[in-house]
Ligand binder design. Structure first.
Ligand code: NAD
Length: 410
């Protein structure tokens, strides 16, 4: 199943529940603008590489469009389109004044030197600088990009448009970035895990956690949960998975990863298992925090978790999602679970527009406030309408976009 089919499936199910008519569905589903550009770059060895970059701007009924920029070898228009749509529902569920967008370049970032990465970024911005900015569409980091890439984006965009750091978020703190942006998505996942357990009357100490992915999101989620006394028993990255039944030493693993180019390869403080085994590990909470489409019809029957929090975008395909729901496994969906990142990006944008810096404590408190509201709204809709947290989240997000669209008039 293509990424866009899967997001459309979830959309239609929720749209049925809120009685959305056909023409409005069509309007809300289609992207406002889809851009595909050629990015020709000279590589370090002198040869010319022609890459393809995308920016899909899905909807701006609730505010400027917002979404990450991904460097990954599987990026294509269909994936970017689906992710842009997800951003629209995500910003609406979090109730922050944004629409949704997404971008990406089809390239393997691990195969690039820093200077190649910089040239690719700047060339891409040369192609798309006139379609984004503080009041239209604000990019941010995603898989394969980081705060350094955001600093290059700002610098390149400002060459055309003048000083305005609000044109991109996820920048380094020394470059008008927000305190707490780097940790925000993983921290948000952790905060939501605590709220979920509280609702279910389960103690963190009695909760085993398995996390797929140890990049920005996975590692910060692991750190937060470890500090909150959850028992993180397995984590993985692209090099493989690491398991210890009595709990991993997350502090040591974070240090090891940072000293080894943000990879766990060679870590010997745990048993090594495969990524397939990791997903099938018996646990209370499973957190896919790497890539999309990892839980499918083929492996869903091996899942032994009681709860899943989707830290990555689209890790569960619809047919697997239904089986999990029927099997009583509670799934907090991506559009709620990983909204911490875009929420702190919103705080960064607000600070940039006001030229005023918030403390880390303020960022963390406001993040907690936004996610608590979002979680409680979803929980209430889920209970009242007797639907899954995913359908409840989509119902809330879609309806907020519908109301804003109708108020503005077509
Ligand atoms: P990242 O590039 O920092 O980390 C990705 C991690 O996944 C790495 O540890 C990598 O080794 C691992 N990985 C990649 N392929 C894998 C595989 N096949 N099996 C196991 N591990 C694998 O990316 P990130 O920023 O942490 O993003 C992770 C996910 O979270 C993505 O789906 C992204 O869209 C989503 N997300 C990120 C943010 C953010 O603020 N960074 C916000 C919202 C959603």
């Amino acid at each position: 199943m293509k990424s866009s089919e899967s997001s459309q499936f979830y959309f239609n199910r929720a749209a049925d529940r809120i009685g959305l008519d056909g023409p409005t569905r069509e309007l809300l589903l289609a992207a406002k603008r889809e851009v595909r550009v050629q990015v020709p770059v000279e590589m370090d060895d002198g040869h010319l590489e022609t890459l393809i970059g995308y920016r899909v701007q899905h909807d701006d009924a609730r505010g400027p469009m917002k979404g990450g920029l991904r460097f990954h070898h599987e990026v294509d228009l269909d994936e970017v389109r689906a992710l842009a749509q997800l951003m629209t529902w995500k910003t609406a569920v979090a109730n922050i004044p944004y629409g949704g967008a997404k971008g990406g370049i089809c390239v393997n970032p691990r195969a690039l030197s820093m200077s190649e990465m910089e040239r690719i970024t700047r060339k891409f911005i040369d192609q798309i600088h006139d379609i984004f900015g503080p009041r239209t569409d604000i990019p941010a980091p995603d898989m394969g990009t980081n705060n350094q890439v955001m600093a290059w984006i700002r610098n390149q965009w400002e060459k055309y448009h003048g000083f305005d750091p609000a044109c991109v978020t996820g920048k380094p703190v020394e470059h008008y970035g927000a305190q707490g942006r780097e940790e925000a998505t993983g921290r948000g996942v952790g905060l939501l895990a605590v709220k979920l357990l509280k609702r279910l009357g389960i103690e963190p100490k009695a909760t085993r956690v398995v996390i797929q992915g140890f990049g920005n999101v996975g590692s910060h989620a692991a750190k937060f949960l470890h500090e909150a006394e959850f028992k993180v028993i397995a984590v993985s990255d692209i090099s493989g998975a690491y398991f210890r039944s009595d709990g991993l030493n997350i502090t040591e693993m974070l240090r090891y990863s940072a000293e080894n180019g943000y990879r766990l390869e060679g870590y010997n403080g745990a048993d090594q298992i495969s990524n397939e085994e990791l997903l099938a590990t018996e646990t209370d909470l499973l957190i896919p925090a790497a890539i999309g489409g990892v839980i499918t019809n083929d492996n869903v029957d091996t899942i032994k978790a009681r709860m899943i929090i989707e830290a990555a975008n689209g890790p569960i395909l619809p047919e697997a999602d239904d089986k999990l729901h029927d099997g009583g496994i509670l799934v907090l969906p991506d559009i709620l679970a990983n909204a911490g990142g875009v929420t702190v990006s919103y705080f960064e944008w607000v600070q940039n527009l006001q030229h005023y810096n918030w403390s880390l404590d303020r960022v963390r408190n406001e993040l907690d406030h936004v996610l608590t509201e979002a979680f409680e709204n979803v929980w209430q809709t889920m209970t009242e309408q007797e639907v899954s947290p995913r359908t409840a989240s989509y119902m809330i997000g879609i309806d907020r976009v519908r109301v804003a669209t109708e108020l503005a008039g077509v």
